[in-house]
Design a protein around this ligand. Sequence first.
Ligand code: SF4
Ligand code: SF4
Length: 372
Amino acid sequence: MAEVNMEQLLNCALCPNMCRCECPALQATGREAVAPAGKGRLAALINEGKLNWDEAMLEAASYCLACRGCTIHCPFSELNLCDELLFSRMPARPQGVTLPQVDPYLNNLRKYSSPYGQKSDPVIKTNRPGERAGGEEVIFFNGCTSLANHPPSIEAAASVLLKAGVSFRMTEEDCCGYPALVWGDRELGRQLAEENKRKFAESGATLLVTNCPECWLTFSEYYPDLEQELSLEIIDGPSYFLRLIKEGRLELKEPDPGSSGELGAGVISYHDPCIWARTAGTISEPREILQAIPGLELNEAQPSGSLTRCCGGGSMFQLAFPDTAAAVASRRLKEFPSEAALVTACPFCREGLLQEDRPVLELVEILDRYFK
Ligand code: SF4
Ligand code: SF4
């Protein structure tokens, strides 16, 4: 795993916390200890050997939703505080310091390759049912969160790929390993990475499409650190679906007066998942798709795009700190136009935003509804 960058961490430790207004952990709790510079100071002192891990310190250093909101105002362009915190937390577990509330999820991960426990059914979908794996062009990776919380999004994704005539396979949705890394079990993260890498290589696919931003981040940025770099091209779901539309493989259906369903008058607001917007740079692609659909009117949240705010779902926060995750989501929900239904492109964001009596759909569900 990449090393802690002490120079960058010390920059953060000595900073007057210029990004405090953007940090959802601080804004939701009011705790200075979990402000970006607070966490930076804690991590710097521990890395320098001036403090030793205990549970309270690990909890504070874990109070990061990996939203990278702090980068908006940060003067240090090379600083990635959420990664510095993640790398800094790694030695805590070998020293016997853990967050007790995540242990059941880690046990599930070890036993079932999913933090959510035993999977209902292995989701293996392909455009060649009955045939053995191998020869598909595309692996479509939904992620274990979709399987556990919202299988209709998996059905929608498979339906869209079939309509587009894509030669694809969905795997058994074993976890990408991100939760293990976030919770400081590097070896478990490495094992999951190794297993996924083996399965992807066996498939012969040349393209890996991820519906979940956290899976995308893990495959793209953490697998190389774990010496499990993937040899296929990795692309985010919204960009891939736009590519299919531009290639003419997906076309708009005839307008159907009843098709908007729970979207009511058709006013929608797109919530940018932090990783898509700030790390992948995928901002215009989902909007191009949504704006192409007659009868839908895009009404933006403030802020949106690269200035988006966290929904409370980043960095497995909904599992580790559910009350704070809900408070972060409440804050974000106030930033959407009140009449708009919500669309997003992340299983964690969908889960986080489902707090009010208004619809939240995933982009794949919109695609399945409006394209043929
Ligand atoms: S993340 Fe950047 S702006 Fe925020 S406290 Fe650290 S150094 Fe300062
Ligand atoms: S990545 Fe997000 S949650 Fe973590 S310190 Fe930065 S602003 Fe706060």
